[in-house]
Design a protein around this ligand. Structure first.
Ligand code: PFF
Ligand code: NA
Length: 449
């Protein structure tokens, strides 16, 4: 029996692909992936990451979307309902709670970095009208971080546009905007890769990104790669599950999911291929770039290339849009849950966004007044990323894999994946039942011990 949706429905398969790709493609691909590769030694990290995407990310992505579509409610409600239908322990609904907590933590710092993209878009816009050039990008980036009030303000602005869309419901406006803006982002990246090629360092960049030095692989690299695989595909915190709840019944999940994963991975690799040639050509080491990597390296190129100001503006404006379509999906699960608890969509979205904004101040202060605070060899923002991205997302994903693999009834799986070839179904289920949980567990335990 098909349950009726209450939050709305994607108007078509394409709308879902755009929304899910919008969620996946974001700061994770263009800001986080290059600097993680930079900090974790390049090629070995990238290959472990690609392995995690293929063997863990894809199967879990299918599982999340099918659970969502079967439940047709916010994750907590949907999971609780399924446990009732199947007689499984109610505790499984805890997956939804892990998801909501992880989502709040992630949105708290995501929105701060989203604010950076707005600030940089603004800097290039004002340059077009005669504003000052970014002559020393590292100093300019440092000055921004040193100013908590400015950071909090850009962060507020980013959160405001996020809550604006979520309060209206996702179908209105966003579907149409994303249809045009995601291809534009893709093209801008290609242009930058083309510019990178003219620096003559594309080969060096490619070998940094793809030639593995296995001696660099330690438990830290494994954890970072697994965490990034979950983060980049928006997995483990029930965001994709929530988007799945709005997916029309006739759409094939596996084929749709493959498109989303390919787009996401392509954008990340293109971002790497755009950024590292520029970094190398300016004599900067590709290693150890940290969260400032794209903000300190790309402006060097934008100031040097003809028409660079326009590219700079286009790049950061589109990066903002990519971040925006992701932050919406970070806010949606908690909002949908509060709506089911009886709040209006608007007040639910505002409340959760306010909470995330306030929590985001921890990230804001981690760059200035609290920059001396360090735990587990990280600053406070790094610590939030570690807990949310690298621990909670994989843990959520592990539980989702076990739930879909062992608890959900066969008939539900087959109904949701009708049309998937029998061998594909079998492979998917055993990946989910055994390989994904073991891999994730191995990585997490390795990190703890
Ligand atoms: N996938 C997004 C990115 O790569 O930027 C980040 C993200 C969005 C993570 C939504 C988790 C999530 F639920
Ligand atoms: Na991503």
């Amino acid at each position: 029996m098909e349950k009726t949706p209450i939050h709305g429905m994607w108007s078509s398969r394409l709308a879902f692909i755009l929304a899910a790709t919008g969620s996946a493609v974001g700061l994770g691909n263009i800001w986080r992936f290059p600097y993680l590769a930079s900090d974790n030694g390049g090629g070995a990290f990238v290959l472990v990451y690609l392995g995690c995407i293929f063997f863990v990310g894809l199967p879990v992505l299918i599982a999340e979307i099918l659970i969502g579509r079967h439940g047709r409610r916010s994750p907590i409600t949907a999971l609780a309902q399924i446990t009732r239908e199947t007689g499984a322990p109610r505790a499984w609904a805890g997956i939804g709670w892990i998801g909501i907590v992880a989502g709040v933590l992630i949105l708290s710092f995501y929105s701060v970095v989203g604010g950076w993209t707005l600030r940089y878009a603004w800097l290039y816009l004002s340059q077009l009208f005669g504003g000052p050039a970014i002559l020393d990008p590292a100093a300019s980036f440092g000055a921004m971080l040193a100013d908590p009030a400015a950071l909090a303000l850009w962060h507020a602005l980013f959160m405001a546009v996020t809550v604006g869309v979520v309060a209206l419901g996702v179908e209105k406006g966003l579907e149409r905007a994303v249809r045009f803006l995601m291809p534009a982002l893709f093209l801008t990246l290609l242009l930058l890769v083309g510019y990178g090629a003219t620096t003559g360092h594309l080969g060096q960049a490619a070998s940094f990104l793809f030639r593995p030095d296995w001696s660099k692989v330690d438990s830290g690299v494994l954890v970072a790669a697994m965490g990034q695989a979950f983060f980049t595909l928006s997995l483990g915190m029930c965001a994709m599950m929530t988007y799945g709840a709005y997916l029309p019944a006739k759409v094939s999940i596996p084929r749709t999911v493959a498109i989303v994963a390919v787009c996401d991975t392509t954008v990340a690799l293109l971002a790497g291929l755009a950024i590292f040639p520029i970094v190398i050509s300016f004599g900067i080491s590709p290693e150890g770039g940290g969260p400032g990597l794209i903000f300190t390296s790309l402006p060097l190129a934008f100031e040097a290339m003809p028409g660079g100001i326009v590219y700079g503006l286009a790049f950061f404006a589109l990066l903002f849009v990519a971040a925006w379509t992701s932050s919406i999906s970070l806010l949606e699960p908690a909002t949908a849950y509060m709506v089911e608890r009886g709040r209006s969509r608007r007040s639910a979205a505002l409340m959760m966004a306010g909470l995330c904004w306030a929590l985001g101040l921890v990230t804001v202060f981690s760059f200035n007044i609290w920059s001396h605070v360090r735990m587990l060899d990280r600053d406070l923002m790094g610590l939030i990323e570690l807990v949310a991205n690298d621990i909670m997302l994989p843990l959520g994903g592990l539980l989702i894999a076990l739930f879909a693999g062992w608890v959900l009834k066969d008939s539900i799986l087959r109904e949701q994946l009708a049309g998937m070839p029998a061998w594909g179904f079998t492979v998917w289920r055993w990946l989910l039942r055994v390989l994904c949980p073991l891999l994730v567990l191995a990585v997490l335990l390795n990190a703890l011990l």
